[in-house]
Design a protein around this ligand. Structure first.
Ligand code: SF4
Length: 411
Protein backbone atom coordinates (compact mmCIF):
# COMPACT_ATOMS: atom_id res chain seq x y z
CA UNK A 1 0.00 0.00 0.00
CA UNK A 2 1.15 3.54 -0.76
CA UNK A 3 2.64 5.10 2.40
CA UNK A 4 0.23 8.04 2.46
CA UNK A 5 -2.71 5.66 2.15
CA UNK A 6 -1.27 3.55 4.96
CA UNK A 7 -1.26 6.59 7.27
CA UNK A 8 -4.84 7.45 6.28
CA UNK A 9 -5.96 3.85 6.81
CA UNK A 10 -4.64 3.77 10.40
CA UNK A 11 -6.31 7.12 11.16
CA UNK A 12 -9.64 5.95 9.73
CA UNK A 13 -9.51 2.58 11.53
CA UNK A 14 -8.78 4.15 14.91
CA UNK A 15 -11.07 7.15 14.48
CA UNK A 16 -8.16 9.56 14.87
CA UNK A 17 -7.29 12.90 13.32
CA UNK A 18 -3.81 14.25 12.70
CA UNK A 19 -2.76 17.85 12.21
CA UNK A 20 0.57 19.53 11.63
CA UNK A 21 1.63 21.80 14.48
CA UNK A 22 3.88 24.78 13.66
CA UNK A 23 7.25 24.23 15.29
CA UNK A 24 10.51 26.02 14.50
CA UNK A 25 12.98 23.70 12.77
CA UNK A 26 11.03 20.51 13.50
CA UNK A 27 8.28 18.46 11.99
CA UNK A 28 5.55 18.03 14.55
CA UNK A 29 2.01 16.64 14.65
CA UNK A 30 -0.82 16.48 17.13
CA UNK A 31 -2.90 13.32 17.21
CA UNK A 32 -6.44 13.46 18.54
CA UNK A 33 -9.68 11.51 18.46
CA UNK A 34 -11.70 12.58 15.42
CA UNK A 35 -14.59 14.89 16.28
CA UNK A 36 -13.07 16.06 19.56
CA UNK A 37 -10.86 19.06 20.18
CA UNK A 38 -8.66 17.34 22.73
CA UNK A 39 -5.19 16.16 21.64
CA UNK A 40 -4.04 12.71 22.67
CA UNK A 41 -0.47 12.54 21.62
CA UNK A 42 2.40 14.70 20.39
CA UNK A 43 4.45 13.30 17.50
CA UNK A 44 7.77 14.87 16.58
CA UNK A 45 10.41 13.92 14.09
CA UNK A 46 14.05 13.44 15.04
CA UNK A 47 16.95 12.04 13.01
CA UNK A 48 18.49 8.80 14.26
CA UNK A 49 22.05 9.25 15.47
CA UNK A 50 23.90 12.55 15.27
CA UNK A 51 21.56 15.20 13.87
CA UNK A 52 24.29 16.71 11.68
CA UNK A 53 25.65 13.40 10.45
CA UNK A 54 23.25 10.60 11.23
CA UNK A 55 25.03 7.26 11.56
CA UNK A 56 22.03 5.59 10.04
CA UNK A 57 20.44 8.08 7.66
CA UNK A 58 16.95 7.53 8.90
CA UNK A 59 14.49 9.18 11.21
CA UNK A 60 12.59 8.39 14.36
CA UNK A 61 9.17 9.70 15.12
CA UNK A 62 8.86 10.26 18.83
CA UNK A 63 5.37 9.82 20.22
CA UNK A 64 4.53 11.30 23.61
CA UNK A 65 1.15 10.81 25.24
CA UNK A 66 -0.13 14.13 26.55
CA UNK A 67 -0.77 14.46 30.31
CA UNK A 68 -4.10 12.93 31.26
CA UNK A 69 -4.47 11.12 27.92
CA UNK A 70 -4.81 7.36 27.84
CA UNK A 71 -4.95 4.85 25.01
CA UNK A 72 -7.83 2.43 24.75
CA UNK A 73 -7.55 -1.26 23.95
CA UNK A 74 -5.93 -1.76 20.56
CA UNK A 75 -4.93 1.87 20.23
CA UNK A 76 -1.36 1.27 21.32
CA UNK A 77 -0.82 -1.10 18.40
CA UNK A 78 -2.52 1.48 16.18
CA UNK A 79 -0.14 4.16 17.41
CA UNK A 80 2.88 1.96 16.67
CA UNK A 81 1.50 1.28 13.21
CA UNK A 82 0.84 4.97 12.58
CA UNK A 83 4.30 5.91 13.78
CA UNK A 84 5.97 3.34 11.53
CA UNK A 85 3.90 4.48 8.53
CA UNK A 86 4.59 8.17 9.18
CA UNK A 87 8.26 7.48 9.74
CA UNK A 88 8.60 5.80 6.36
CA UNK A 89 6.47 8.51 4.75
CA UNK A 90 8.55 11.35 6.15
CA UNK A 91 11.96 9.78 5.90
CA UNK A 92 13.22 11.61 2.80
CA UNK A 93 12.29 14.92 4.44
CA UNK A 94 13.91 14.05 7.72
CA UNK A 95 17.33 13.31 6.32
CA UNK A 96 20.13 15.70 6.97
CA UNK A 97 21.67 14.54 3.70
CA UNK A 98 23.02 11.09 2.94
CA UNK A 99 25.63 9.89 5.41
CA UNK A 100 28.30 8.44 3.14
CA UNK A 101 31.07 7.94 5.63
CA UNK A 102 30.26 6.54 9.07
CA UNK A 103 32.27 5.70 12.13
CA UNK A 104 30.79 3.02 14.34
CA UNK A 105 31.82 1.36 17.52
CA UNK A 106 31.81 -2.23 16.36
CA UNK A 107 32.55 -5.39 18.23
CA UNK A 108 36.21 -5.20 17.27
CA UNK A 109 36.57 -1.48 17.99
CA UNK A 110 36.20 1.42 15.57
CA UNK A 111 34.70 0.59 12.22
CA UNK A 112 34.92 2.90 9.22
CA UNK A 113 32.13 2.53 6.70
CA UNK A 114 31.54 4.14 3.33
CA UNK A 115 28.15 4.03 1.60
CA UNK A 116 28.91 4.44 -2.07
CA UNK A 117 25.35 4.24 -3.32
CA UNK A 118 21.76 4.45 -2.13
CA UNK A 119 20.58 2.23 -4.97
CA UNK A 120 19.85 -1.45 -4.38
CA UNK A 121 18.55 -4.37 -6.42
CA UNK A 122 16.50 -5.54 -3.41
CA UNK A 123 13.96 -4.07 -0.99
CA UNK A 124 14.17 -5.84 2.38
CA UNK A 125 11.30 -4.38 4.40
CA UNK A 126 13.35 -3.97 7.57
CA UNK A 127 16.33 -2.26 5.90
CA UNK A 128 17.08 1.08 7.54
CA UNK A 129 19.01 2.66 4.65
CA UNK A 130 16.95 5.19 2.66
CA UNK A 131 17.06 3.82 -0.87
CA UNK A 132 16.87 6.94 -2.98
CA UNK A 133 18.25 5.08 -6.01
CA UNK A 134 21.07 7.59 -6.27
CA UNK A 135 24.78 6.91 -6.12
CA UNK A 136 27.06 9.22 -4.18
CA UNK A 137 28.93 11.68 -6.40
CA UNK A 138 32.62 11.11 -7.15
CA UNK A 139 33.56 14.27 -5.29
CA UNK A 140 31.52 13.28 -2.20
CA UNK A 141 33.17 9.87 -2.15
CA UNK A 142 36.60 11.41 -2.49
CA UNK A 143 35.90 13.85 0.38
CA UNK A 144 34.53 11.06 2.60
CA UNK A 145 37.52 8.83 1.91
CA UNK A 146 39.81 11.67 2.92
CA UNK A 147 37.80 12.24 6.13
CA UNK A 148 37.70 8.52 6.99
CA UNK A 149 41.40 8.07 6.31
CA UNK A 150 42.13 10.61 9.07
CA UNK A 151 40.60 8.13 11.55
CA UNK A 152 42.42 5.14 10.13
CA UNK A 153 44.38 3.39 12.85
CA UNK A 154 46.76 0.49 12.32
CA UNK A 155 44.97 -2.47 10.76
CA UNK A 156 41.80 -0.46 10.12
CA UNK A 157 39.33 -1.98 7.70
CA UNK A 158 37.17 0.06 5.40
CA UNK A 159 33.66 -1.37 5.11
CA UNK A 160 32.15 -0.64 1.70
CA UNK A 161 28.39 -0.62 1.84
CA UNK A 162 25.28 0.89 0.28
CA UNK A 163 22.53 0.29 -0.84
CA UNK A 164 24.11 -2.53 -2.76
CA UNK A 165 27.66 -1.53 -3.68
CA UNK A 166 27.95 -4.06 -6.51
CA UNK A 167 25.26 -2.28 -8.55
CA UNK A 168 27.63 0.70 -8.77
CA UNK A 169 29.89 0.27 -11.82
CA UNK A 170 32.51 2.50 -10.15
CA UNK A 171 33.14 -0.02 -7.33
CA UNK A 172 36.63 -1.14 -8.49
CA UNK A 173 37.62 2.49 -9.08
CA UNK A 174 36.39 3.48 -5.62
CA UNK A 175 38.47 0.71 -4.05
CA UNK A 176 41.53 1.83 -6.00
CA UNK A 177 40.92 5.39 -4.73
CA UNK A 178 40.66 4.10 -1.15
CA UNK A 179 43.98 2.31 -1.57
CA UNK A 180 45.56 5.57 -2.65
CA UNK A 181 44.28 7.05 0.64
CA UNK A 182 46.14 4.33 2.51
CA UNK A 183 43.42 1.73 3.13
CA UNK A 184 44.66 -1.83 2.72
CA UNK A 185 41.92 -3.96 4.21
CA UNK A 186 38.35 -3.96 2.99
CA UNK A 187 35.05 -5.60 3.86
CA UNK A 188 32.35 -5.56 1.19
CA UNK A 189 28.73 -5.70 2.37
CA UNK A 190 26.66 -7.26 -0.40
CA UNK A 191 23.80 -9.58 -1.29
CA UNK A 192 26.17 -11.47 -3.68
CA UNK A 193 23.63 -11.50 -6.55
CA UNK A 194 26.17 -9.84 -8.89
CA UNK A 195 28.77 -12.50 -8.09
CA UNK A 196 26.77 -15.27 -9.77
CA UNK A 197 28.65 -14.58 -13.00
CA UNK A 198 32.40 -14.23 -13.34
CA UNK A 199 34.13 -10.89 -13.70
CA UNK A 200 33.37 -8.54 -10.85
CA UNK A 201 34.38 -10.86 -8.01
CA UNK A 202 37.68 -11.68 -9.70
CA UNK A 203 38.42 -7.97 -10.17
CA UNK A 204 37.70 -7.23 -6.53
CA UNK A 205 39.85 -10.12 -5.33
CA UNK A 206 42.69 -8.84 -7.48
CA UNK A 207 42.30 -5.42 -5.84
CA UNK A 208 42.68 -7.08 -2.45
CA UNK A 209 39.05 -7.22 -1.27
CA UNK A 210 39.02 -10.60 0.41
CA UNK A 211 36.54 -10.11 3.27
CA UNK A 212 32.81 -10.22 2.47
CA UNK A 213 29.67 -9.76 4.56
CA UNK A 214 26.79 -11.33 2.65
CA UNK A 215 23.12 -10.79 3.49
CA UNK A 216 21.48 -14.17 2.95
CA UNK A 217 18.42 -14.74 5.10
CA UNK A 218 16.94 -17.97 3.79
CA UNK A 219 17.69 -20.99 1.61
CA UNK A 220 14.09 -21.17 0.36
CA UNK A 221 13.53 -19.43 -3.00
CA UNK A 222 9.93 -18.24 -2.43
CA UNK A 223 10.79 -16.92 1.01
CA UNK A 224 13.90 -15.25 -0.41
CA UNK A 225 11.63 -13.23 -2.73
CA UNK A 226 9.43 -12.17 0.19
CA UNK A 227 12.26 -11.21 2.52
CA UNK A 228 14.25 -9.29 -0.07
CA UNK A 229 11.26 -7.69 -1.82
CA UNK A 230 12.68 -8.97 -5.09
CA UNK A 231 11.64 -11.57 -7.64
CA UNK A 232 13.56 -14.54 -8.98
CA UNK A 233 16.96 -13.57 -7.58
CA UNK A 234 17.43 -16.55 -5.28
CA UNK A 235 19.37 -18.70 -7.75
CA UNK A 236 21.82 -15.87 -8.45
CA UNK A 237 22.25 -15.01 -4.77
CA UNK A 238 22.92 -18.65 -3.86
CA UNK A 239 25.32 -19.06 -6.81
CA UNK A 240 27.08 -15.80 -5.91
CA UNK A 241 27.51 -16.91 -2.31
CA UNK A 242 28.78 -20.32 -3.42
CA UNK A 243 31.33 -18.66 -5.74
CA UNK A 244 32.52 -16.43 -2.90
CA UNK A 245 32.98 -19.42 -0.62
CA UNK A 246 34.85 -21.40 -3.30
CA UNK A 247 37.10 -18.46 -4.21
CA UNK A 248 40.25 -17.23 -2.49
CA UNK A 249 38.36 -14.93 -0.13
CA UNK A 250 39.97 -14.92 3.29
CA UNK A 251 36.71 -14.55 5.08
CA UNK A 252 32.99 -14.70 4.27
CA UNK A 253 30.42 -13.82 6.90
CA UNK A 254 26.80 -14.62 6.21
CA UNK A 255 24.49 -12.07 7.80
CA UNK A 256 21.14 -13.61 8.68
CA UNK A 257 18.52 -11.11 9.82
CA UNK A 258 16.22 -13.28 11.93
CA UNK A 259 12.60 -12.30 11.44
CA UNK A 260 9.07 -13.64 11.75
CA UNK A 261 9.25 -15.35 8.36
CA UNK A 262 12.55 -17.22 8.65
CA UNK A 263 13.25 -18.05 12.30
CA UNK A 264 11.91 -21.61 12.13
CA UNK A 265 14.21 -22.32 9.18
CA UNK A 266 17.44 -21.26 10.88
CA UNK A 267 18.76 -24.80 11.52
CA UNK A 268 17.97 -25.77 7.91
CA UNK A 269 19.68 -22.63 6.60
CA UNK A 270 22.82 -23.56 8.53
CA UNK A 271 22.72 -27.09 7.08
CA UNK A 272 22.52 -25.50 3.62
CA UNK A 273 25.52 -23.24 4.34
CA UNK A 274 27.38 -26.24 5.77
CA UNK A 275 27.04 -27.89 2.36
CA UNK A 276 28.64 -24.87 0.68
CA UNK A 277 31.71 -24.82 2.93
CA UNK A 278 32.68 -28.46 2.39
CA UNK A 279 36.25 -28.59 1.07
CA UNK A 280 37.12 -25.00 1.94
CA UNK A 281 40.36 -24.78 3.98
CA UNK A 282 39.69 -24.11 7.67
CA UNK A 283 42.08 -21.13 7.65
CA UNK A 284 39.70 -19.26 5.34
CA UNK A 285 36.82 -18.66 7.66
CA UNK A 286 33.12 -18.74 6.90
CA UNK A 287 31.09 -17.28 9.74
CA UNK A 288 27.45 -16.65 10.46
CA UNK A 289 26.20 -13.47 12.04
CA UNK A 290 22.73 -13.88 13.52
CA UNK A 291 21.12 -10.47 13.83
CA UNK A 292 17.76 -9.26 15.04
CA UNK A 293 15.87 -6.28 13.65
CA UNK A 294 17.50 -3.13 14.97
CA UNK A 295 15.58 -0.10 16.25
CA UNK A 296 14.88 1.29 12.81
CA UNK A 297 13.92 -2.17 11.59
CA UNK A 298 11.36 -2.60 14.39
CA UNK A 299 9.96 0.84 13.65
CA UNK A 300 9.78 0.38 9.88
CA UNK A 301 8.59 -3.21 9.75
CA UNK A 302 6.92 -4.19 13.04
CA UNK A 303 5.07 -7.11 11.42
CA UNK A 304 8.45 -8.73 10.64
CA UNK A 305 9.57 -8.65 14.27
CA UNK A 306 9.58 -11.87 16.28
CA UNK A 307 9.85 -12.54 20.00
CA UNK A 308 13.01 -13.90 21.58
CA UNK A 309 10.97 -16.67 23.21
CA UNK A 310 9.93 -17.90 19.77
CA UNK A 311 13.43 -17.62 18.28
CA UNK A 312 15.36 -19.18 21.17
CA UNK A 313 15.04 -22.95 20.39
CA UNK A 314 15.75 -22.47 16.70
CA UNK A 315 18.69 -20.15 17.34
CA UNK A 316 20.20 -22.63 19.80
CA UNK A 317 19.92 -25.43 17.25
CA UNK A 318 21.33 -23.22 14.48
CA UNK A 319 24.34 -22.31 16.64
CA UNK A 320 24.88 -26.00 17.44
CA UNK A 321 24.70 -26.85 13.73
CA UNK A 322 27.35 -24.20 12.99
CA UNK A 323 29.76 -25.95 15.37
CA UNK A 324 29.07 -29.34 13.77
CA UNK A 325 29.50 -28.08 10.21
CA UNK A 326 32.65 -25.97 10.61
CA UNK A 327 30.99 -22.56 10.47
CA UNK A 328 32.06 -19.99 13.03
CA UNK A 329 29.45 -17.93 14.87
CA UNK A 330 30.19 -14.22 15.06
CA UNK A 331 30.09 -12.79 18.56
CA UNK A 332 26.86 -11.04 19.57
CA UNK A 333 28.33 -7.59 19.89
CA UNK A 334 26.42 -4.94 17.96
CA UNK A 335 23.11 -3.14 18.23
CA UNK A 336 21.69 -5.69 15.81
CA UNK A 337 22.82 -8.62 17.93
CA UNK A 338 20.67 -10.79 20.13
CA UNK A 339 21.37 -10.52 23.85
CA UNK A 340 23.47 -13.57 24.71
CA UNK A 341 21.14 -14.68 27.50
CA UNK A 342 18.85 -16.14 24.82
CA UNK A 343 21.47 -18.82 24.19
CA UNK A 344 21.92 -21.97 26.25
CA UNK A 345 25.72 -21.42 26.34
CA UNK A 346 26.31 -17.66 26.13
CA UNK A 347 30.02 -17.34 26.91
CA UNK A 348 31.60 -18.22 23.53
CA UNK A 349 29.32 -15.73 21.79
CA UNK A 350 29.43 -12.73 24.16
CA UNK A 351 31.20 -9.56 23.02
CA UNK A 352 34.77 -9.31 24.23
CA UNK A 353 34.56 -5.65 25.18
CA UNK A 354 32.28 -3.38 27.18
CA UNK A 355 29.87 -0.92 25.55
CA UNK A 356 28.73 2.54 26.66
CA UNK A 357 25.32 2.03 28.25
CA UNK A 358 24.09 5.60 27.81
CA UNK A 359 21.27 4.65 25.44
CA UNK A 360 20.06 1.80 27.64
CA UNK A 361 17.12 2.17 29.97
CA UNK A 362 16.59 -0.43 32.68
CA UNK A 363 12.88 -0.98 33.31
CA UNK A 364 10.49 -3.88 33.74
CA UNK A 365 7.68 -2.49 31.62
CA UNK A 366 8.02 -0.49 28.42
CA UNK A 367 4.43 -0.97 27.30
CA UNK A 368 3.35 2.48 28.52
CA UNK A 369 5.95 4.22 26.37
CA UNK A 370 5.34 5.30 22.85
CA UNK A 371 8.81 6.31 21.74
CA UNK A 372 12.12 7.74 22.75
CA UNK A 373 14.47 5.45 24.63
CA UNK A 374 16.92 3.60 22.39
CA UNK A 375 17.76 0.32 24.14
CA UNK A 376 15.98 -1.70 26.78
CA UNK A 377 17.08 -4.00 29.59
CA UNK A 378 15.42 -5.31 32.75
CA UNK A 379 16.53 -4.01 36.17
CA UNK A 380 17.82 -7.54 36.90
CA UNK A 381 20.26 -7.15 33.98
CA UNK A 382 22.42 -5.11 36.35
CA UNK A 383 23.37 -8.35 38.08
CA UNK A 384 24.03 -10.21 34.83
CA UNK A 385 27.58 -11.33 34.09
CA UNK A 386 27.24 -9.81 30.62
CA UNK A 387 25.64 -6.46 31.52
CA UNK A 388 28.62 -4.33 30.46
CA UNK A 389 29.13 -6.31 27.26
CA UNK A 390 25.49 -6.32 26.20
CA UNK A 391 23.36 -3.64 24.58
CA UNK A 392 20.02 -5.24 25.47
CA UNK A 393 17.25 -5.05 22.89
CA UNK A 394 15.69 -2.15 20.96
CA UNK A 395 13.10 -0.29 23.05
CA UNK A 396 10.70 -0.85 20.14
CA UNK A 397 11.12 -4.60 20.71
CA UNK A 398 10.44 -4.20 24.44
CA UNK A 399 7.21 -2.34 23.71
CA UNK A 400 6.04 -5.05 21.35
CA UNK A 401 7.02 -8.20 23.23
CA UNK A 402 8.06 -7.22 26.77
CA UNK A 403 11.32 -8.31 28.36
CA UNK A 404 10.40 -11.60 30.02
CA UNK A 405 12.80 -13.46 27.72
CA UNK A 406 15.81 -11.69 29.26
CA UNK A 407 17.29 -13.56 32.20
CA UNK A 408 20.41 -12.48 34.08
CA UNK A 409 23.29 -14.92 33.72
CA UNK A 410 25.30 -15.66 36.89
CA UNK A 411 28.86 -14.38 36.98
S1 SF4 B 1 22.46 -7.94 30.45
FE1 SF4 B 1 20.29 -8.49 30.34
S2 SF4 B 1 19.85 -8.60 28.16
FE2 SF4 B 1 22.05 -8.64 28.36
S3 SF4 B 1 22.60 -10.82 28.41
FE3 SF4 B 1 22.33 -10.17 30.53
S4 SF4 B 1 20.18 -10.61 31.04
FE4 SF4 B 1 20.40 -10.65 28.81
Amino acid sequence: MDRGKQVKAVLARQGWSLRRVPSAGRIRFALGRAGTKRDLCDLSLAPLGDARRPLTPSVRLRARLLPGAALRNGERAGLEELRAALCAFLEPHGQAGPALGERHEGKGGRELLLRTTFACNQRCPFCFVPLTGRAATDSDISAELAALSRHRGPGAKLIISGGEPTVDPRLPVIISAAKLKGFRRFVLQTNAVRFAQGGLLERLLKLGVSDYMVSFHTHKPALYDRITGSRGQYAQAAAGLARLIRSRTSRVTVNVVVNKQNYRDLPGLIDFLGGLVQGRPKSRRVGVYFSMLNEAGHEKAPSWAVSLEAVRPYLDRAVENCGRLGLSVERFGSESSFPVCVLRSPEPYAARRAFAQDRVRYAEDFSGEAGGVGRAKRPSCRSCAYDARCQGVPAAYARMFGLKALGAVDA
